[in-house]
Design a protein around this ligand. Structure first.
Ligand code: SF4
Length: 423
């Protein structure tokens, strides 16, 4: 099995990391509602926030034209502490009206935000109060998507951590839990691969409120997303054990991720090979067509999603791209250990952000492609740099073998478009 035996482990595990704490340019955790509301089909996300929050969620998720939306914002206007009791009443009224009108809602998330009036509110208490009224018909949970506490993918982490606290207790049987919201098609692919190895798995989040996985001391979990620090902590508190591995991006990452579970469950090499050989070859073939156009091209990652380190590993090792700087909002050294080991030695790693300094480094390097937030993409494009929106890499199906070619294509297309324009 060439892909595993070829691995070098002399990467960046102990490499110095530039830590910056300055002005940041990144979306807040409310953004993750855009993909979470599609994932849990009978959940509703009620943002408790300001008009700014409503505007962000509406414009980021402005795709729900035909369906009745499964998110909304309860707008809390300026109020002093004396007005807080009224807010509780008002919130209860909004929730009661919503649940009356939408009986299909089985799970309601109260999502906190950062206006000071909201910070003063105790949403945990509000959720407990509403549960007394609405359980078992509707489960009310709360988490924060505030821009003070979360970047955009951390909204998912906060949501899943809350869900993880609430999961049913697993029976004694050993079970595998995949943590992280994935498109249904990707989930089905992983499910089939594990099934071919004789492993049953469940996913967090489940697709419906009453279809959430169980967790207990015989649960092992694999993270499908690298930004789930809090979720992992809660799962461990519930007795589950983490399987650490590279993340399932590209043929190599996917193989190593699957192998971590296969080894834990005692799957033989022959069975593993039989289950993975064909899709792995398909992934390698799909990527081959992009390797020519991407090999040797330089890439710069601004810190947005925490996907940067795994994607950089994929770009360097499977597409032969050159890493100029790999920025990440937060570097979880334990969860990233396998990824860091695979990065080319000497990779420039940065954590946090001082956006002006980072922009200066990017401009000086003039990379062939820059992965960054929407706010930086337009100015950089205007300066002649080619960009890819970090958020697109979170929205798009990019995990697993069958998506490896599409992932390479996400980097290749902007570069070839820029090259065509330059001719
Ligand atoms: Fe803005 Fe904070 Fe609302 Fe996010 S949570 S939209 S950062 S006010």
């Amino acid at each position: 099995m060439n892909i595993i035996s070829n691995i070098k482990t002399s990467g960046c595990e102990t490499a110095p990391v530039l830590r910056e704490r300055g002005q940041r340019e990144v979306f807040c955790g409310l953004t993750s509602i855009v993909w979470l509301h599609r994932k849990i089909q009978d959940a509703f996300f009620l943002v408790v926030g300001s008009r700014t929050c409503a505007h962000l969620v509406q414009s980021a998720a402005g795709v729900m034209i035909f369906a009745e939306p499964r998110f909304a914002t309860a707008i809390i206007d300026e109020r002093d502490l004396a007005g807080l009791a009224d807010i509780d009443d008002e919130l209860d009224r909004v929730v009661n009206r919503l649940l009356e009108r939408r009986p299909e809602i089985k799970m309601l998330f109260l999502v906190g935000s950062c206006p000071s009036e909201v910070i003063k509110l105790d949403l945990k208490r509000a959720a407990a109060r509403l549960n007394r009224e609405h359980l078992p018909k509707v489960r009310v949970l709360n988490y924060s998507g505030s821009g003070i506490e979360t970047t955009f993918t951390q909204g998912e982490d906060a949501c899943l951590a809350t869900l993880a606290e609430d999961l049913p207790v697993a029976s004694g049987k050993a079970n595998l839990l995949i943590a992280g919201a994935l498109p249904d098609a990707v989930e089905d692919q992983f499910k089939r691969l594990f099934k071919d190895m004789g492993i049953e798995c469940s996913f967090l989040p489940g697709r419906r409120a009453n279809d959430m996985p169980a967790v207990g001391p015989n649960t092992v979990f694999l993270m499908a997303q690298p930004f789930l620090g809090d979720t992992a902590r809660v799962l461990k508190e519930r007795g589950a054990n983490a399987l650490l591995a590279p993340f399932p991006f590209g043929a190599e990452g996917t193989t190593l991720w699957l192998k971590a579970a296969a080894d834990h469950f005692g799957v033989s090499d022959a069975v593993f090979e039989k289950a993975t050989e064909a899709p792995r070859k398909r992934a390698e073939m799909a990527m081959a067509s992009f390797q020519k156009s991407l090999g040797g091209k330089s890439i710069f990652f601004f810190p947005d999603s925490q996907l940067e380190v795994p994607l950089a590993r994929f770009a360097a090792r499977e597409l032969s791209m050159q890493l100029v700087e790999v920025g990440t909002p937060y570097l979880h050294t334990q969860h990233m250990a396998h990824e860091l080991a695979l990065l080319p030695a000497g990779t420039m790693l940065s954590e946090g952000q001082d956006v002006d300094k980072q922009l200066d480094r990017c401009r000086a390097a003039r990379p062939d492609i820059t992965v960054c937030g929407l706010g930086l993409a337009n100015p950089l494009e205007a300066e002649g740099l080619t960009t890819k929106w970090a958020i697109e890499l979170v929205f798009s199906p990019i995990h697993g073998y069958e998506q490896a070619g599409d992932l390479a294509g996400l980097f290749a297309r902007p570069i070839s478009r820029a090259e065509r324009l330059a001719v």
